[in-house]
Structure formats: structure tokens, C-alpha cells
Write a protein that binds this ligand. Structure first.
Ligand SMILES: NC(=O)c1ccc[n+]([C@@H]2O[C@H](COP(=O)([O-])OP(=O)(O)OC[C@H]3O[C@@H](n4cnc5c(N)ncnc54)[C@H](O)[C@@H]3O)[C@@H](O)[C@H]2O)c1
Length: 447
């Protein structure tokens, strides 16, 4: 089948290449000329395991193409996916300008009927807005063409995006049209062979399902972070509690890791956007507000620990920082906890020596060159000449470091761990002070 995808970000690019890989013919449109040019030369704008090879292979086989020419994209297919960003507006609600701009472009150029499929995360009622916007433009063009707007939210996780799209747990299609349902079933059939993963529902319910899913996951994280704050004060080790409650199948082990807060381009903005949507209809979403505010405080946690250890005298210290991306296996630093920490450390007069397996280019792009920020080639190099180590992202390669070397390198012999990677006794046996999240001990002052 022919498909057009507007927006080649994390969602659009991955979905497009996965569709191409099973044999569909996909035209990707983006307004970012640099991105499109780079993609044509096999340079990917993002890091995602396995993605570069798959893009190259499908591009060579001419199953996927990249263009900035929206007219070409509109002509290419009946199925038009919208996968552009929906960042938070000033008040936290979802900014629909990019979605509506794509809808306007399609309406401005379509010569026959189209099926618009919204893959971006958008508030309930957006499909109606898209349809209304397009209808006005079609009227101005004196055209009365068949138009369907469906919702098909994306549930991929950065870091395992390809796998998630190739083997989705569910494919949600929001439509009240049998024709659209039929076409989308055909499109997704190769991903639904093992058992039927397609769930068809009305458009508004599909739009809401995406927010409800992300808010549920964010709630689990914030709940656990709240427990970790209690644990810290009560002399309880939250890691033992995590195992204790995770073994209950009604709770499960996923998304109950205490840490230095959630980031990324989805949870923070989606919790905020749903809370703002609730406000607009006069409903006070107390749980969502609490989830957001617990996370906000949790992102300041590492700096609090460092400040307490140094009695607020951080100026002149060199901090080794492991992990810049908001989670492992991605180079995405949007809303990353590392950014809150880095900026707080600079404010306090510290220097940072950072290492991340994938996000260093992104960090360079965000912070440019500064005297108090050095990107180091390896995690070991980041320790050299540093006073303390802070771990912000749980990359696999951080799990079994050489504690002996760590103890030799760190001048103040202290590790602040925002992801609870280590067994406290093992690391303390090397003569290092160790502060995780909610490990049942308060920070002792450095002397
Ligand atoms: N990133 C994720 O993990 C994830 C997962 C599920 C859902 N989502 C949702 O999917 C949507 C896209 O997220 P993303 O992370 O892929 O965003 P992104 O910022 O990585 O990519 C968006 C792309 O859209 C392009 N764009 C903007 N305006 C355009 C236009 N008028 N025409 C063509 N292209 C245009 C941008 O240049 C950019 O390349 C968001 O609503 C997000 O909430 C994201």
C-alpha cells in the first residue's frame, strides 16, 4: 500500500521504515531540509538501535523516500499519517499548531479523497478540529472531497522503538468508518499475524487511550518516588521494598524503579496536557497534578543530595556525570533529569565532566562550548580529576564499573546514584560514600 508520513522524528521515521520494511511504499515529508538531506545520505537525525541499517536498506530498495515537497507527499497516497510534534504550549496544554499546519497543507493540495491518520499524541477532540480546519480550506477551493480523520496513537518506547513497532502489543485505531478500518487493518496486517492486535474504537476514545496509558505509567514512577522519599526518612531500603511489591502480580515489576525523575518528550508533556485538558472542562485532576509535582521535586533530588554532602559549598568542585540522555538506548535529552542537575551545578559554581554512550553530540548541540562543561570520551575518563561521581541514566555499561579505580580517582570518594545501580555494601567496601535514591540513609556531611 502507498503511505505518506508527515514528520520524520522518533515516531514518524520509525513507523515509516517499519511499514516500508514489510513492503509498503512510504513517502516521508518533513519541513526540516537538513534532516531530509541527511536521511537521503544515510545519516540519521536520531539514535535508535537498528534504525540506521533498516532505513538504508529500505531506501536502497526504493520502498521509502524522503522529501520536503509536501505536494508530492499529498499526491503520493490516500493514507496520510500525521506524526509531527505536539509540544507543550505556554500553559502546558498540547500545542496543535504543527498538526493543524500539516492538515492545512493536505487540504490545500489534495485532488481526491484522503484518509488522515493522526499518530501524534493529541487531546480528545483533535480529529474534529483537524476535519473542521480541512473542510474550511476545501470549501475555499470549491472542492467537496471525501475526507476521513482517524486516530492511531503510537505506543513505541525510545530505545526499543523498532522492536515496539515491529511487534506491537496493540494497535489502536479510532474511527467510525468501516472503510477506514478495513484499510488500516490491511496496512497493519503484517504486524498482527501472531494474534489480532488491532483494537478498533471511536476516535475520541483512541485519542484518550494514549494519554491514559502515559499518565498511568508516569503515576507508577511518581508513586514509587514518593515511597522512596518516605523510605529515606524512615530508614527503609526502597530497593528491597520494590522487589517485595513487584512480586505481587497485580503490581508487577515494571515502572516501579525509584530514581531521579522521569523525562523525555512524552511523560512530562502528556501528564501536563491531560491535566490542562481536565481544567478546561472544569475538572480538578488531583492525581495528575500530584504526579507532575512529585516528578518536578524528584528531578532536584540529586542536587539536594550533593548540596547536603558539601554543606552547600559546591563552587570549585569538579563533578563526573554519567548519563545525559533521559533514559538508556537513546540520545534524546528532552526534559532529561541530567539537564536540571547540570544547570543547578553550574549555578552553584561546579565544573562538569560528562560521559554518555550516545547523547554527547546532543549535549554539545544544547550547551555548546563552555569552560565548565567537558565531554569525556569514556566513563573512566570522566572520573579522572573529579571530586564526585553522579549517575543520572541507567546505561547498561554503567552497571559493573571498576569500583577500585573509581575509589582511586574520585578525590572526595563519593558517588550519588540517581538510578540505584549498585549494592551499597559492595561500593562502600571500596571506601566510597554512596547515596542512592531512598536507600534508607540520609546524606552525611563531607569533612
Ligand atoms: N518520541 C516518542 O517516544 C513518542 C512515542 C509515542 C508518541 N509520541 C508522539 O508522537 C508525536 C511526534 O513525536 P516525536 O518524538 O516523533 O517528535 P519529533 O520532534 O522527534 O519529530 C517531529 C518532526 O515533525 C517535523 N515537522 C514539524 N512540522 C512539520 C510539518 N508541517 N510538515 C512536516 N514535518 C513537520 C519536525 O521537523 C520533526 O522532524 C508527538 O505527538 C509525541 O507526543 C512520541
Amino acid at each position: 500500500m502507498k503511505v505518506t508520513v508527515f514528520g520524520v522524528g522518533y515516531v514518524g521515521l520509525v513507523q515509516a521504515v517499519v511499514l516500508a520494511d514489510v513492503g509498503h511504499n512510504v513517502c516521508c515529508v518533513d519541513v526540516d531540509e537538513k534532516k531530509i538531506e541527511a536521511l537521503k545520505h544515510g545519516d540519521l537525525p536520531i539514535f535508535e538501535p537498528g534504525l540506521a541499517e533498516l532505513v538504508l536498506n529500505n531506501y536502497e530498495k526504493k520502498r521509502i523516500d524522503f522529501t520536503t515537497d509536501a505536494v508530492k507527499g499529498v499526491e503520493h497516497a490516500e493514507l496520510q499519517f500525521i506524526a509531527v510534534g505536539t509540544p507543550p504550549d505556554e500553559d502546558g496544554s498540547a500545542d496543535l499548531q504543527y498538526v493543524l499546519s500539516v492538515a492545512g497543507t493536505i487540504a490545500g493540495h489534495m485532488q481526491e479523497g484522503k484518509i488522515i491518520i493522526d499518530k501524534s499524541t493529541v487531546p480528545v477532540g483533535t480529529a474534529d478540529k483537524v476535519r473542521a480546519h480541512m473542510t474550511v480550506i476545501l470549501k475555499e477551493r470549491n472542492l467537496d472531497l471525501p475526507l476521513h480523520v482517524a486516530s492511531n496513537p503510537e505506543f513505541l518506547k525510545e530505545g526499543s522503538a523498532l522492536e515496539d513497532c515491529m511487534r506491537p502489543e496493540r494497535i489502536i485505531i479510532g474511527t467510525d468508518s468501516e472503510e477506514v478500518e478495513e484499510k488500516l487493518r490491511e496496512l497493519y496486517e503484517p504486524f498482527s499475524r501472531n494474534h489480532d492486535k488491532i483494537m478498533v474504537m471511536d476516535v475520541r476514545s483512541a485519542e484518550f487511550t494514549k494519554y491514559a496509558a502515559n499518565c498511568m505509567l508516569a503515576t507508577k514512577i511518581s508513586f514509587m518516588n514518593e515511597m522512596s522519599n518516605l523510605a529515606e526518612r524512615l530508614g527503609v531500603d526502597i530497593e528491597q521494598v520494590r522487589r517485595g511489591i513487584g512480586s505481587d502480580s497485580r503490581i508487577g515489576y515494571q515502572f516501579i524503579y525509584p530514581g531521579c525523575g522521569y523525562g523525555g518528550s512524552c511523560f512530562p508533556k502528556d501528564v501536563q496536557a491531560l491535566e490542562r485538558s481536565a481544567r478546561e472542562i472544569g475538572y480538578h485532576a488531583q492525581i495528575l497534578q500530584a504526579v507532575e509535582s512529585v516528578n518536578h521535586k524528584q528531578k532536584a533530588k540529586l542536587f539536594e543530595h550533593i548540596s547536603a554532602f558539601y554543606s552547600n559549598e559546591i563552587a570549585g568542585k569538579t563533578i563526573a556525570l554519567w548519563g545525559l540522555s533521559f533514559k538508556p538506548n537513546t540520545d534524546d535529552m528532552r526534559e532529561a533529569s541530567s539537564r536540571i542537575l547540570i544547570e543547578a551545578l553550574w549555578q552553584a559554581g561546579a565544573r562538569i565532566q560528562a560521559y554518555d554512550p550516545e547523547a554527547m553530540e546532543e549535549a554539545q548541540r544544547i550547551y555548546d562550548t563552555r569552560d565548565d562543561f567537558t565531554l569525556m570520551g569514556t566513563k573512566e575518563a570522566a572520573l579522572h580529576g573529579a571530586d564526585a561521581l553522579v549517575i543520572v541514566t541507567e546505561w547498561k555499561s554503567f552497571r559493573v564499573p571498576d569500583f577500585q579505580k573509581m575509589a582511586e580517582e574520585l578525590r572526595d570518594k563519593v558517588v550519588f546514584d540517581g538510578r540505584n545501580l549498585y549494592e551499597p555494601k559492595r561500593i562502600e567496601a571500596m571506601g566510597l560514600a554512596y547515596y542512592g535514591i531512598g536507600r534508607g540513609r540520609s546524606v552525611k556531611k563531607f569533612t
